[in-house]
Design a protein around this ligand. Structure first.
Ligand code: UD1
Ligand code: MG
Length: 461
């Protein structure tokens, strides 16, 4: 009895054993980043949304960093090693133990195809639910050269013909193989174990699953996706192209959700960036991972945000840097050349110019003057600065942590605060000013005398 569509179980197998030599990098290909996430993380995220509860990742032998990334993102995923690279079907079979667990649907995805959308994977699963044993993701590229062509007969997928083996007529088929496919769990092993390496490359091709399924009297179908969904990455140039395509999607989604992007093509988002409605993002803003901007906040030009939370109606920038752990309350103002790290800035507090706030709390309504620095690091450890509510920190102050400034306290301009300041008190630590009447005038008179004059000495104070 086939299970109802929404109850079907799903195993996703992610092939990530590629050498990625054309990336010319020490970093394994699946760990390259776009939009703040590794290629592998994008794929794992998509298969999870498409309903895969069981995940298997196939890595090359001794690919520790890839395995670490899998463990970081989906700790329950199982990792399999493909010791020798002998083709895509061979790689899928490395996860044989997982296949044997008997999921209804098996999704085969690639660790270098990060733009795959959950909806495309869901269409593959729907095709299985409708009775197909193999469902292949097809696409119609502007230039089909190099891709396998999908041969459709009577609405079913008859074969995947690699370009080298195709007749001139078959080469005119616009629908190409995107590489990703879904297999019915109860047929998968039977199909996969019949695939051989009788081809020029002596590899076990997953694409052969189509013809084999047909020979077994099973149904194979093609599901069409956008070219971007199946965009594979082999080079740094393709990495940049995929990043650009993803930015396009993310910007469109942010605007759809009600954010105003004044010049969308200059704003760089992370896959997990969350922008509320009526948020305004001015031109040239970069979002690293982990940023949430609440409704009505404005991020002005040339700001960089990462791991930060921006409260409702807050104003950030221009030229601000919010680093991980920056948490801005409602209507906070963080202005130009202000850096905030691991610090909570409570509602309506302001730091408008040239300031570093790290490992700190700034209480509600407090004003932090220009050039204020929290000296959080003593060369060995980090320490906390705690500033209460409604306080006033004069310009060019240094707060040497650990230190506390109480509610409503004042810190005089230029003070180096090394001891706690009680609530409502004034702390001031600077050399008292002296006035020397007429000194400047006397200096100019002396300077204007002849070069060789003996009187060319500075006036006495
Ligand atoms: C594959 C398809 C091709 C399709 C193209 C779309 C096959 C045989 N061919 O070709 O029809 O048009 O994708 O981009 O499937 N991998 C392993 N172990 C292996 C071999 C590959 O893990 O032994 C992984 C790679 O890391 C990669 C994925 O499988 O993530 C696809 O392999 P790749 O060599 O890129 O296949 P293509 O030649 O691009
Ligand atoms: Mg490829």
């Amino acid at each position: 009895m086939p299970t109802a569509k929404n109850q079907r179980t799903c195993l996703a197998i992610v092939l990530a054993a590629g050498k990625g030599t054309r990336m010319k990098s020490r970093l394994p290909k699946p760990l390259h980043m776009i939009a703040g996430r590794s290629l592998l993380a994008h794929v794992l995220n998509a298969v999870a949304i498409a309903g895969a509860r069981d995940m298997a990742v196939v890595t090359a032998a001794r690919h520790g960093p890839v395995a670490e990334e899998v463990e970081r993102i989906v700790p329950e995923a199982q990792i399999f090693e493909q010791r020798k690279r002998r083709g895509t079907a061979h790689a899928v079979l490395a996860a044989k133990c997982a296949i044997k667990r008997g999921a209804d649907d098996i999704l085969v995805t690639f660790g270098d195809t990060p733009l795959i959308r959950p909806s495309a994977l869901a269409s593959l699963r729907a095709a299985l639910a409708d009775g197909a044993s193999v469902a292949v993701l097809g696409f119609t590229p502007a230039d089909p050269a190099g891709y396998g062509r999908l041969v459709i007969v009577n609405g079913e997928l008859a074969a995947i013909r690699e370009e080298n083996d195709a007749t001139p007529e078959e080469r005119r088929i616009p629908l190409c193989n995107g590489g990703l496919m879904a297999l019915a769990g109860d047929k998968a092993l039977d199909i996969l174990e019949r695939i051989d390496d009788a081809n020029a490359k002596r590899e076990f091709y997953l694409t052969d699953a189509v013809a084999i399924a047909r020979d077994m009297g099973l149904k194979a179908v093609a599901v069409e996706a956008e070219e971007n969904d199946v965009r594979g990455i082999n080079t740094k140039a393709q990495l940049a192209e995929a990043a650009a395509a993803l930015q396009h999607r993310l910007r469109a989604a942010a605007m759809e959700a009600g954010a105003t992007l004044v010049a969308p093509e200059t704003v760089f988002l992370s896959a997990d960036t969350k922008l509320g409605s009526d948020v305004v993002i001015e031109p040239y803003v970069v979002f690293g991972p982990g940023v949430v901007v609440e409704d009505g906040a404005i991020i002005r030009s040339f700001s960089h945000l990462e791991g930060a939370h921006v409260g409702k109606g807050a104003r950030v920038g221009p030229y601000a840097r919010l680093r991980p752990g920056a948490d801005l309350g409602q209507e906070v103002h963080i202005g130009n050349f202000v850096e905030v790290k691991a610090a909570t800035i409570e509602a309506r507090a302001k730091a408008n110019h040239l300031t570093y706030i790290g490992d700190a709390r700034v209480g509600a309504g407090t004003n932090v003057g220009a050039g204020t620095i929290t000296c959080n690091y003593d060369g060995v450890a980090k320490h906390k600065t705690d500033i209460g509510e409604g306080a006033f920190i004069g310009s060019n102050s240094a707060l040497v942590a650990p230190v506390k400034v109480g509610d409503g306290a004042y810190v005089g301009t230029g003070t180096v605060v090394t001891k706690d300041v009680p609530a409502g008190a004034l702390a001031i630590a600077r050399t008292p000013q002296t006035i020397k009447e007429g000194w400047a005038k006397r200096l100019r008179e002396v300077k204007s005398l002849g070069k060789n004059s003996k009187a060319r000495k500075k006036p006495k104070a």
